[in-house]
Design a protein around this ligand. Structure first.
Ligand SMILES: [Zn+2]
Length: 318
């Protein structure tokens, strides 16, 4: 069963919400757009690999996007599969072109047809993740479970090459579609050694309880200020910032589109980028409205919770 599903990573949510809210000539746009592209590519790769990993759900316990703290340090695992006799860590990599693992230099290079670039060696990454996971489990009184790490190449058209020991790479690296069988074969072999069956669901629950959400402090990270974020309602059709309120609806001056709910996205952006709570006057500013009444009505109808002690509205707790 799948105990934890993947959702769009918070840093990507933040960046995607910030980009349309920066002035057109903002010096931050180039870097944000570049990072959004890289993060989106990684996320797309993870989703592609999840599709294959999830085929193991009837047999094994699966947790996606596991983010834990061990010994004062955080570590992140793309997918964790708790099988009958062992635990598997799967790290997704989304590259285009061809990639070369050099087993002697412990180096990964990618060639996209134009440029050759170097990357952190994925095998070392999964080894470190396995090490952290093992320590974390011991701290939570779960001991004696073998952990194996795999690197899943998300794009089936990526060509995998090896310099050095090909067998070494073949044992731990494969395209997404091949990973479930690698896991089943390995776990089956463990079973034949007479190892006792794991309490997979219980172990999964312990991990799930301690899972955190990975995030970045976007303003600190990019050196931006909260005042760089422009207020206003974004047109759902042409993405222009600054829809006008006309009768109980929003109207776009550029494309003429009407929407009754466009402010809901603006409120989501506010909660992501500005603050967890919003007051009536902050909402007037952010939505660009000067009627206290209209804003009250909007806040009451936006599925938010009112906190009387601070006189602000916030999202309901999950
Ligand atoms: Zn528009």
């Amino acid at each position: 069963m799948i105990l934890r599903h993947r959702s769009k990573p918070l840093p990507l949510q933040l960046i995607d919400a910030a980009i349309p809210r920066l002035p057109q000539h903002s010096k931050f746009l180039t870097e944000l757009k570049k990072d959004a592209k890289i993060r989106q590519q990684g996320y797309n790769g993870e989703i592609k690999v999840d599709y294959f990993i999830d085929s193991l759900a009837p047999k094994y316990t699966i947790l996606h996007d596991v983010y834990l703290r061990e010994n004062g340090r955080n570590f992140q695992i793309d997918s964790l599969v708790i099988a009958d006799h062992s635990i598997f860590i799967v790290d997704s990599k989304n590259y285009t072109g061809s990639i070369t693992f050099n087993t002697i230099l412990k180096q990964l290079t990618r060639n996209d047809g134009k440029v050759e670039s170097g990357y952190e060696y994925p095998i070392t990454q999964v080894e470190n993740q396995s090490f952290h996971m093992q320590n974390w489990l011991v701290q939570h009184k779960v001991t004696g479970i073998p952990i194996y790490g795999y690197v899943a190449i998300a794009d089936p058209s990526t060509i995998i090459k090896v310099e050095g020991n090909e067998q070494e790479i073949a044992e731990v690296v494969g395209h997404g579609a091949t990973i479930p069988k690698m896991i089943m074969d390995k776990d089956g072999a463990m079973g034949r050694t007479g190892k006792e069956k794991l309490q997979a669901y219980q172990i999964g629950k312990i991990i799930l309880r301690e899972c955190r959400e990975f995030n970045i402090n976007m303003f600190k990270h990019y050196g931006m200020r909260p005042t760089d974020i422009l207020p206003g309602v974004i047109c759902p059709e042409c993405k222009l910032l600054g829809m006008s309120r006309v009768h109980s609806s929003w109207e776009c001056k550029r494309c003429g589109c009407h929407s009754r709910t466009a402010h809901l996205n603006a409120l989501s952006d506010y909660f992501l980028l500005v603050n967890d709570l919003i007051s009536n006057s902050e909402c007037m500013r952010f939505l660009g409205l000067n009627s206290r009444h209209a804003v009250s009505r909007i806040l009451k109808n936006s599925n938010l919770i009112y906190y009387p002690h601070v006189r602000k509205w916030g999202k309901p707790e999950n």
